[in-house]
Write a protein that binds this ligand. Sequence first.
Ligand SMILES: *[C@@H]1O[C@H](CO)[C@@H](O)[C@H](O)[C@H]1NC(C)=O
Ligand SMILES: *[C@@H]1O[C@H](CO)[C@@H](O)[C@H](O)[C@H]1NC(C)=O
Ligand SMILES: *[C@@H]1O[C@H](CO)[C@@H](O)[C@H](O)[C@H]1NC(C)=O
Ligand SMILES: *[C@@H]1O[C@H](CO)[C@@H](O)[C@H](O)[C@H]1NC(C)=O
Ligand SMILES: *[C@@H]1O[C@H](CO)[C@@H](O)[C@H](O)[C@H]1NC(C)=O
Length: 288
Amino acid sequence: MSAAKQGDRKGSGEWREFFWNPRTHELLGRTAASWGLILLFYLVFYLFLAGMFMLTMYIMLLTLDDYKPTWQDRLATPGMMIRPKGNQLELTYSLTQTKSWEGFVQNLDSFLTPYNDTQQVQMNDDCIPDQYFIQEDSGEVRNNPKRSCQFNRSMLEECSGFPDRSYGYSQGQPCVLIKLNRVIGMLPGKDGQSPLVTCAAKREDSDKMGPLAYYPPNGTFNLMYYPYYGKKAQVNYTQPLVAVKFLNASLNTDIDVECKITSNTLAPGSERDKFAGRVSFKLRIDNK
Ligand SMILES: *[C@@H]1O[C@H](CO)[C@@H](O)[C@H](O)[C@H]1NC(C)=O
Ligand SMILES: *[C@@H]1O[C@H](CO)[C@@H](O)[C@H](O)[C@H]1NC(C)=O
Ligand SMILES: *[C@@H]1O[C@H](CO)[C@@H](O)[C@H](O)[C@H]1NC(C)=O
Ligand SMILES: *[C@@H]1O[C@H](CO)[C@@H](O)[C@H](O)[C@H]1NC(C)=O
Ligand SMILES: *[C@@H]1O[C@H](CO)[C@@H](O)[C@H](O)[C@H]1NC(C)=O
């Protein structure tokens, strides 16, 4: 028993000595000088790593261009979006309940505010239609900021919110605005042919959908709004819109609508990518 106790004491004494040896002045088996060297080594090592990191970052940032993304998805055909933004691309409302469509009208009102004619005239140029508005930089000399073309709210005619403040929602002839996602440098047409939007009902819903009206005429995104040079270069860019008005949609039934872009330069959206160049939404107008 006493031998075991002695061994114990000896073991703990050894351990204590390992932690701090008063004779050799070693802490955890190393002298102060040795510890100092180790700390110095790690300090230098980590400073070196940090330096390497900062140098790489600096070189990378030098190669970045504020005005152009270094990486951009090479989407053959951009996606499209609708306004008003409904819940899950569903525009469902009741003619008899003002509250059910008020939200849509407010959404359109605020979305279209920057499109007010007076504002467009202040911000943007009255461009020549049906041709690209090219403003390239000449070599290293930046041609910034770049100008943009006017897209007047009044070009949406019946869907501009004037004089019909409800965008047709109160009469069961709702307007839906369609925009093409911005892609820097995209040229969406050639030979003066602007890309255009066409909407159709899916499956056997075409009788239910009824005729449509497009604004601007033919549902085109005019070429003068392209190419887009990016938010920073083209500060006042106003995305062109196409408004679709449902003139005689059937009531009390779901109508699945799909709108597509037709262009002579953009590939038609493949079956693989169901968002390229198209947008689908559900429309339902109730009268009770
Ligand atoms: C846009 O124009 C309409 C009518 O012309 C006006 O009621 C509205 O206040 C204008 N909005 C802005 C932000 O100028
Ligand atoms: C942007 O619009 C403002 C007016 O809101 C105008 O003063 C400015 O010149 C415009 N800038 C460009 C680059 O078009
Ligand atoms: C926009 O409206 C202004 C004033 O109403 C007009 O002078 C201009 O030509 C219009 N721009 C386009 C592109 O229609
Ligand atoms: C609409 O398209 C038709 C046929 O493609 C064309 O004849 C007409 O000029 C176009 N209208 C406008 C305003 O572009
Ligand atoms: C609207 O569509 C209905 C069928 O859904 C049809 O009976 C009616 O004649 C159409 N109205 C007009 C003005 O086209």
